[in-house]
Design a protein around this ligand. Structure first.
Ligand SMILES: [Zn+2]
Ligand SMILES: [Zn+2]
Length: 68
């Protein structure tokens, strides 16, 4: 996931956004995207790292795990 299409206010339309060079150490999980049309940087709220999932990692739940 390095590119995605989002609505850009500056371009007033859907543009292709890409992850800009991150200087904060986020790496592939950087929440920033920049518009390839005008360069506007935006923050996305879809974090793949969900804190609630980490809290739910109890040993009792690792029974049947299907590889999907
Ligand atoms: Zn970043
Ligand atoms: Zn734009």
């Amino acid at each position: 996931m390095s590119e995605r299409e989002l609505y850009c206010d500056s371009c007033q339309g859907v543009q292709l956004f890409e992850v800009p060079p991150c200087g904060d150490g986020h790496g592939a999980d950087c929440p920033e995207l920049s518009c390839t049309g005008c360069g506007t940087a935006v923050l996305i709220a879809t974090f793949r790292f969900d804190p609630t999932r980490l809290a739910d990692r109890r040993p009792s739940r690792r029974g049947h795990r299907r590889a999907a």
